[in-house]
Design a protein around this ligand. Sequence first.
Ligand code: BGC
Length: 408
Amino acid sequence: MTHFPVGFLWGSATAGHQIEGNNVNSDWWSREQQVPGMELSGDACDSYHRYREDISLLAEAGLTSYRFSLEWARIEPVRGHFSRAELAHYRRMIEFCFERGVTPVVTLQHFTTPQWFAAAGGWLASDASELFQRFVAEATSILDGVEWVVTMNEPNMQAAIMTAMRRMEQAGGAQWQSPTVEGEQGTKEKKQSHGEFLTYADPEIGKMFVQIHHAAREIIRARTSAKVGWTIAAGALTAAPGGEEKLQEIRWGKEDVYWEGSRGDDFTGVQAYSSQEVDAGGLVPHPIRPDNTLVGTAYRPDALEMAVRHAWKMTGGVPILVTENGIATADDIQRIRYTGEALRGLAGAMADGVDVRGYLHWSLLDNFEWGHWEPTFGLVEVDRATFIRTPKPSLGWLGEVARNNGLA
Ligand code: BGC
């Protein structure tokens, strides 16, 4: 039996835009209407109204933590106008977690921003930080009793999207691709263009995000007693022969600048799904294999252990919360196998002294995967017409791991 420390958090993670539905004031909502070929989030899983059912499912299975995000676009739909009713909505979610004995992990910003913010230049505008800090300050008004707060989700993925968008514009508007879904499986050209789409994250944007994160961290520390951190997309990158130098270069812009920016945080959120090689030419497309996931990545449960070891080293020993790990698959048995292997690897890193405080599986529900509905990451299936939730065997399995605080 592999055991985890007493008090280890066992939970699942979600993000507002991917599950709530009708997030009509966000930049993603308008992008969905404009970009040909992108599927719409629409009603999503209607979790905005059904969060009690979702949190109850998680709690009844035996999980003890729920990570969810606030939608800035709901709270501040118009610049400078904050909705008390929307803040109260998220406060009710937090209180419902407390009622069910679930520890909330609250993300203040998960990929989406209000349309007005995006239209004014987004994160690259000179007053972006100031505008975000104003929202963060408002958000702290509902965080009483919350122990874990994430300022931003995967700023490195957000930076990669921004860099890629800029390049696409310069190149005269190439085809849009989801940030998290690989180029259509199969053709090497598409895979390579996707590789490029996500490879180059401008380190200067990274430094800007680090400053924004630090300013938000100060506000949250001054106004709440929560532990503060952010979450980072970990590539679990390795060097193919001859790729050592390129690996350093790519990894710096893509993630290391962010791990370094996490020094001084109360925790750092590690999010790992797959691993990938870098050769002298850059990121090597995932080899085409029958067990590749529905987002086109390789089946690599060992990515989690690699990622936490790297995060531990780069942050200089900041405690880790695994804020996302999971697999896009239609085969729930494969999900259980993947998660079991990932957890064994995690336990291996912990046995070597890496301080990990919890494991939050991505995701609770089959949800909107940033432009696509096909890749299913959920522990729970959702009928998108009736919104009926059907737990998959993996939910019961992970709940059992949580109850035992370990796995056989
Ligand atoms: C994001 C999630 C996404 C998941 C799976 C992470 O990059 O934080 O929003 O759904 O990976 O692709």
